[in-house]
Design a protein around this ligand. Structure first.
Ligand code: HEM
Length: 198
C-alpha cells in the first residue's frame, strides 16, 4: 500500500521531465531566458490546470478528504490575484478533457499532481526572490508553499482514500499523465498564440 505514491511518482516521472523542458516552464531559474511574459504564461497554464482539477474533484463523491488538502478557493484566489497584478484578466486556456473526470482515480490523480506541484514552489519562490525578480507577484507560490507543508498528511489520507475506494494505481497513473499532457497542450496553445497573434 505504501508503494502507491512511489508507483505514481515513478509512472509520471517522464511526464514531469518533459513538462519541465517545455516553454514557459523551461525558463524557470534561467535568467538569460526567463522574463515577465514567461512568468505570466506559467501562471495562466497553472490557473487553467487548477481550475479543471478543482471542478473535477467537486464532481466526485466522497471527495472531502482530498478537498481539504488542495484548498482550491485559496489557490484560485492567489493565482487570479497574481494574474491581475500582471495586467491579465483571469482568462486562461481551456484545459483538455480527461477520461472519467468524476472517478476516484481521477480525483486522486488530480490531487496528487496539484499537491506535487507544491514541491517546486519553494525552490521557484526562493529563486524569484534572490535573482532580482522581487517585483513579480508571488501570492500563488506562497500559497503553494503552505500547501506543500501538508504533503505527509496528504499522503497518509491518500493511502486511506486508495483503500476505501479501491483506487487502481495504473488507472490513476494514466490520468495523472493525462493531466501532465494537458499542461503541455495549454503551454503549446499559448506559445502558438504568442507567435501568431489573432
Ligand atoms: C519549472 C517548474 C518546476 C520545477 C522546477 C519543479 C520541481 C520539482 C521538484 C524539485 C520536485 C521534487 C522531486 C523529488 O523530490 O524527487 C517536483 C516534484 C513534482 N512536481 Fe514539479 N516542478 C515544476 C513544475 C511542476 C508542475 C507545473 C507540476 C504540475 C502542475 C509539477 C508536479 C509535480 C509532481 C506531481 C511531483 C511529484 C511529487 C512526488 O510524488 O513526490 N511540477 N517538482
Amino acid at each position: 500500500m505504501t508503494t502507491f505514491f512511489t508507483e505514481l511518482k515513478r509512472g509520471t516521472a517522464a511526464s514531469h521531465t518533459a513538462l519541465e523542458a517545455t516553454y514557459p516552464f523551461n525558463t524557470m531559474m534561467k535568467p538569460d531566458i526567463f522574463d515577465r511574459q514567461a512568468y505570466t504564461q506559467n501562471l495562466l497554464i497553472l490557473a487553467s490546470f487548477h481550475n479543471c482539477v478543482s471542478k473535477n474533484i467537486q464532481k466526485t463523491k466522497n471527495k472531502a478528504s482530498l478537498s481539504e488538502f488542495i484548498e482550491a478557493e485559496s489557490v484560485m484566489r492567489a493565482v487570479n490575484q497574481d494574474l491581475n497584478a500582471l495586467g491579465r484578466q483571469p482568462e486562461y486556456p481551456d484545459f483538455p478533457l480527461i477520461a472519467q473526470p468524476d472517478s476516484p482515480e481521477s480525483a486522486l490523480a488530480g490531487a496528487y499532481v496539484w499537491m506535487g506541484s507544491s514541491m517546486g514552489a519553494r525552490i521557484l519562490y526562493r529563486w524569484l526572490n534572490h535573482a532580482g525578480y522581487e517585483e513579480l507577484p508571488t501570492a500563488y507560490y506562497q500559497q503553494m508553499i503552505t500547501l506543500g507543508q501538508h504533503w505527509p498528511a496528504f499522503v497518509e489520507h491518500g493511502l486511506d482514500y486508495v483503500q476505501r475506494h479501491n483506487v487502481d494505481v495504473d488507472k490513476c497513473t494514466e490520468i495523472a499523465n493525462q493531466l501532465f499532457d494537458g499542461l503541455q497542450v495549454c503551454a503549446n496553445t499559448l506559445t502558438h498564440q504568442q507567435q501568431h497573434p489573432a
